[in-house]
Design a protein around this ligand. Structure first.
Ligand code: FPP
Ligand code: MG
Length: 429
């Protein structure tokens, strides 16, 4: 089984002039903000302006048991070459115990606060749980042993108690990451005056803005106590910075200058802050807590960053192509909120009549419908999908450059991390 991981690494085409082993189209300059990270040590990577190439991703998927078609991004398992792999099934039991601990962690003796804080952690309201799944897989992919049975039970110690066991500390990162994510959604729904989320009434619509904001604050407070319990200042710094990035991304989006409204660089920078940073820095925290050397921590960070970007580009595409009932939140919401995401920004390169609509934030009657029409006539949707595929490919590449798996379970988890890069592209909601 270990041969799969080795084959994937051998197959990555790395040369002196192409240290990442990526296709030529992927190697031009990255928007400058990407170079600001102290962990971004791999030099030039990708630009949102060039023609996206997905060959590397397809190659990695084939090597990891997925077949690809040049005409569609729907990849399926290559039966007979590698067993079909469900990333979520692989960590199901541990994920359930993290979810149960989350429900317990947000309990307080003030009933109204408990009800509000617990709202999106209840069974059936938990959403995709992509972040904890990815983080538990990352912990196992980098570890020699699969978690022992005792670590699959719910950790019932209070949030402030230091877990001496490495795996418990990594589970807490999964927990913290999900708490920060949900807190940001509660605040976001107030800002966006959202009425639905995850197919349910948004918390602000149910209990009002004040309770929703305070419930988000409460989740951040509990996340902070849990973070402090790790007794690891580097991890505390990483995840605190994530909160700063989430706020920065939201403010960047709110206050964007006219000169930046048409800029793909600005859009990608905002997307990193709003979605990429949480995934990148949580992944890095998992590797740090596992005691891995800096290059491995950095690959883990790269994986989270590129997966996060790919995830959000697809989210922005689904806003156009999916329905409100499938999404569990209103479709076409970005245009209606005045936001120009990748599909519109690409479409505007083809149909410049979109530019004034973007600049006036689709405020005139008929703007939303006209913009939607032009996006569908343009290559905007496909180019967004290609951009997402490019970043999914870079995430898969980061996995392929990780140290050889130390066990069959670790090897499966590495493949599952690669499989997630594919699922992010083919998801419908
Ligand atoms: C969803 O955006 C929102 C985010 C990814 C982050 C929002 C961040 C804040 C509100 C800052 C406050 C942060 C914390 C940690 C309290 P969206 O509106 O584009 O997506 P949607 O369609 O899912 O609403
Ligand atoms: Mg929103």
């Amino acid at each position: 089984m270990l041969k799969w991981a080795r084959v994937a690494r051998q197959g990555t085409l790395r040369t002196a002039s192409n240290p990442l082993g990526i296709s030529a189209g992927l190697q031009s300059g990255l928007p400058s903000f990407f170079q600001e990270s102290p962990h971004d040590s791999h030099g030039p990577q990708t630009s949102c302006f060039q023609s996206p190439h997905t060959a590397m991703h397809q190659q990695l998927l084939i090597q990891n048991g997925f077949q690809t078609s040049p005409h569609t991004s729907a990849w399926g398992p290559l039966w007979g070459q590698a067993p079909a792999l469900d990333p979520f099934a692989l960590v199901h039991t541990e994920l359930e115990s993290v979810s149960e601990r989350l429900r317990r962690s947000v309990f307080t003796e003030i009933p109204a606060l408990s009800t509000a804080a617990e709202y999106f952690f209840r069974l059936g309201a938990e959403g995709k749980r992509l972040r904890p799944t990815m983080l538990l897989l990352m912990a196992s992919a980098l570890s020699a042993a699969s978690p022992s049975a005792s670590f699959l039970q719910v950790d019932t110690r209070p949030p402030n108690v230091h877990p001496t066991e490495e795996r418990r500390r990594q589970q807490r990162v999964a927990e913290i990451s999900e708490m920060i994510h949900v807190a940001s959604l509660l605040h976001d729904d107030v800002i966006d005056e959202a009425t639905t989320r995850r197919g349910l009434k948004a918390l602000n619509a149910l209990f009002g803005n004040k309770v929703a904001i305070l419930a988000g604050d409460f989740l951040l407070a509990r996340a902070s106590v849990t973070l402090a319990s790790l007794r690891n200042t580097e991890v505390i710094e990483l995840l605190s910075q994530v909160i700063e990035h989430l706020v920065s991304g939201e403010i960047l989006q709110m206050t964007v200058a006219d000169s930046e409204l048409l800029s793909l660089d600005h859009y990608i920078k905002k997307t990193y802050f709003k979605t990429g940073s949480l995934m990148a820095n949580s992944c890095r925290a998992i590797a740090l807590l596992g005691g891995h050397p800096e290059p491995v921590c950095d690959l883990s960070w790269q994986y989270g960053r590129h997966l996060g970007l790919a995830f959000q580009f697809i989210d922005d595409l689904l806003d156009f192509t999916s329905s409100s009932s499938t999404l569990g939140k209103p479709a076409l919401n970005d245009l209606k909120s005045g936001l120009a995401t990748a599909p519109v920004l690409y479409a505007a390169q083809e149909f410049p009549e979109l530019n004034p609509m973007i600049l006036r934030k689709f405020k005139l009657d008929g703007d939303v419908a006209a913009a939607q029409k032009l996006v569908f006539r343009s290559q905007g949707i496909q180019m967004t999908r290609d951009l997402a595929a490019e970043h999914a490919g870079l995430a898969a590449d980061a996995v392929s450059r990780m140290p050889p798996a130390q066990s069959e379970h670790a090897e499966q988890c590495q493949r599952a991390l690669t499989a997630i890069t594919e699922r992010v592209l083919t998801r419908k909601k």
